[in-house]
Every structure is written in C-alpha cells, then in structure tokens.
Design a protein around this ligand. Structure first.
Ligand SMILES: Cc1ncc(COP(=O)(O)O)c(C=O)c1O
Length: 395
C-alpha cells in the first residue's frame, strides 16, 4: 500500500479511537474557517462587553470611582515588570503588616480575597464536617466548603437582620468536634449589618479556643458605627482568628484581584502552601501598596459613599419602603415582590441590581453608585414602583 494512504488510514483509525474528528493537519480552508470562527467569538464577546458597559452597574458592590491617581501611577510604572518580573512584591506584604501592626509572617496574599476564602476552607474543613455562620451571608465560604464535602450550619438572622450570636455560639458548642470553622462576614454581605465588637468578643470567649473563627472584613472601610472594630486585634492576642481583607471595594481594584489574610503565624504557615505560586501579579501589588498609603482617597470614598447611600435610602424610606440600615457600600430595600422579577425590570431600564438572596426573596440589594447613577436608579425605581403601589405598600 502507498505509504501515504497507509499513514492516512492509520491516522483515521487513531482519530476514531481517540474520538477526534481528524488528526490530519488542518487544510488551509479549515484554518481560515477556524480563524473566522475565533474572530466571530471575539466579536461576540466584545459586543456582550459593550452591552455590559452600557449598564448602570449597581450589582456587585464595586467602587464606582476607580482607583486614585497615585494608585494608577504606581500600576502604570509597574508594567516595566511585565516581561522580566523578577518577582518584586512592591512592598505590599510589609505595607499590610505595618497597617495592622503585625509581622509580615502574619500575612498571606490572595488573588482577590476569594482565594483567601477558598484556602481557609481547604485548610480547615477536610478533617471537619461543618462551617457555622448565618444566612444570608457571602456564601462563597459555604460553596468552597463543598470541595471538602463539608456542610454549612447557616443560621437565620434576627428580626433586625443581624447575626444571632447566641445561636452561632450554641451551634458551635453543640457540634464542637465537627466544626472546622466559624465564618462571620463583618459587616455582612448582603445586609450591610455589623456584628458589634462585644458580640465578637462574646463569640471568641464562649466557643472552644481551638475552633478557628474566620472574619471577612471586605467592607470594613465603610463602617462608621463606633460599636464596630476590626478583629485583627485578636490575632495579636494569640487567638485562633483569621481576618480576610480585599482591595476590591474601597480601593477600587476589583478587576485587578488582590486580597489577603492576617492570622497567627501557625495558620499562615498552613495557608501558604495552598495558594498558587506567584498568585498575585506585579501590577496590582504595586497598586495595592500605593492604595494603602493613599489615606485621603480612602476617606473621600468613604464620605462620598455615606452621603450618596444616605440620600438614596432616605428617599426610599420617604416613599414608604423599608430599608435595612447599612454600614457598607450597598443596602437592602424591601420591594415586597420577588427580586428576580424586579431585577429583570431594572435590567430592561439599563440598570443592574443585586440578585436574589434567599430567604430574603423580596429584599433588593443595591450597590451605591455615583450621584448620577443613583439618580438613574431612583428614576427607574419610581417607574418600577409607581406612587399608587408605593402608597399601598405603606398600608
Ligand atoms: C464579603 C465578601 N467577601 C469577599 C469577596 C470577594 O472579593 P474579592 O475576591 O474581589 O476580593 C466579596 C466580593 O463581593 C465579598 O462581598
């Protein structure tokens, strides 16, 4: 048999065995078709992105103003590390350690705080069956727990939409042997409520000291309630506490992906082997370090957020809607209608709002945008909930 035919037959049989359409090199027209398909896919992705760009984005609790000038400059300068990276860290770990008055050994960086949430689960849940927390909360920790086949004891909120600390303590003590982690989102996403400092202390004093308490402080910077404090101080006291922070919120670096955990050295030593090597890129390390120094920008973001949040929520309350008092850059309003449907109505008007957070199915979570964005939101809100219905909802 002609060797070429024999080769083609062999390749055909191998392709059939492997389940591939063909192992023969692509012909020119197939290559062209492939490129055309790829170009079409890129165009469709760009079109979707252009569509997304047109929306007023009040769904993800991001900072609507963007990073400060100093942060942009630090990131722009750091592009020089793109090819010969040399693994510089821009002093970010030292800057975080200095901020919290801990040692660099107390810090691990994550590709966003999402990576921190994952590795804390990975570290503490394989040998345990349970994570204790509230419902609703930022449920990523519960989702990652399933990797270890662990389950969440997700306790209902109180009538004021706060964490029920007595219930958390009770559930933890009752299941102490099986509890690998207690997760407290403080302030809580999606409610915007804080857990007061006395209750955090009560929790730590009440549960067995070997149960790690994981406190997610993603929205720490927006809080101005004097009953709130960061839990980093308990790490300095030698308690088994892990605090997660992110640069995605007040620092406006959500797309750049940077977060970290502060914890006792023994815990950081457990967490470090679980991250991907070099998980954080040079550009955001420099940007993050610059943002920690830019206290004026942080204060401005906090003040603008509070001013615009309070103006919007006061307006909603004046219309007769119940709003949960928030300490964050988002708030929940009771729309007395299924939020999935309400979300679609807003989307038709070019506004993206928060998804449904069961069991609070009729509470809409709205991220605080700029003045303009919130004006657009209020205009749409009045269209979705016209005055006569609003009056009814008051009754
Ligand atoms: C409470 C909380 N924790 C963690 C995250 C994850 O943020 P990132 O991975 O962008 O740091 C979010 C994001 O919205 C959040 O709301």
């Amino acid at each position: 048999m002609d060797t070429n035919i024999a080769r083609r037959n062999f390749m055909g049989r191998l392709a059939a065995v492997l389940g591939y359409a063909s192992l023969a090199p692509l012909g020119l027209s197939a290559q062209r078709r492939g490129r055309q398909e790829a170009a079409a896919a890129v165009k469709s992705a760009l079109d979707k992105k252009a569509d997304y760009d047109k929306f007023t984005k009040l769904a993800n609790n991001e900072n609507p103003y963007g990073p400060s000038e100093a942060v942009m400059k630090a990131m722009t300068d750091a592009w020089k590390y793109a090819n010969r990276y040399g693994y510089p860290d821009g002093g970010i770990v030292e800057a975080i350690a200095e901020l919290h008055k801990v040692k660099p050994e107390n810090v691990v960086l994550g590709c966003g705080s999402s990576e921190i949430l994952k590795i804390v689960d990975d570290a503490f849940l394989p040998d345990h069956k349970l994570v204790v927390g509230v419902d609703p909360t930022y449920e990523t920790v519960y989702r990652y727990a399933t990797n270890s086949k662990a389950k969440a004891i997700a306790l209902p909120l109180t009538k004021t939409y706060d964490a029920d600390m007595k219930a958390i303590i009770h559930a933890t003590k009752l299941n102490a042997r099986d509890v690998g982690l207690v997760y407290i989102c403080n302030p809580n996403n999606p409610t915007g409520r804080i857990v007061p400092k006395d209750e955090i202390k009560l929790l730590l004093d009440s549960i067995p000291p070997d149960v790690p308490v994981f406190i997610d402080e993603a929205y720490h910077h927006f809080v101005d309630d004097s009953n709130y404090e960061s839990s980093v101080k308990y790490i300095l006291e030698g308690r088994k506490v892990i605090v997660a922070r992110t640069f995605s919120k007040i620092a406006a670096l959500a797309g750049m992906r940077l977060g970290y955990a502060v914890a006792p050295v023994e815990i950081i030593d457990m967490l470090k082997p679980l991250v991907v090597s070099y998980n954080v890129n040079a550009v955001v390390k420099y940007g993050g370090a610059a943002s920690l120094k830019d206290i004026a920008h942080e204060a401005k973001m906090k003040q603008l957020n509070k001013q615009i949040r309070d103006r919007t929520t006061n307006e909603l309350k004046a219309m007769g809607f119940e709003v949960i008092p928030s300490q964050t850059n988002f708030f929940m309003v009771n729309v007395k209608k299924d939020v999935a449907q309400v979300g679609e109505e807003f989307q038709k008007k070019g506004i993206l709002v928060g998804r449904k957070f069961p069991p609070m199915n009729e509470w809409l979570r709205v991220s605080v945008g700029t003045d303009d964005e919130m004006n657009r939101f209020m205009k749409a809100f009045k269209e979705v909930f016209p005055a006569e219905k609003t009056t009814q909802s008051k009754a």
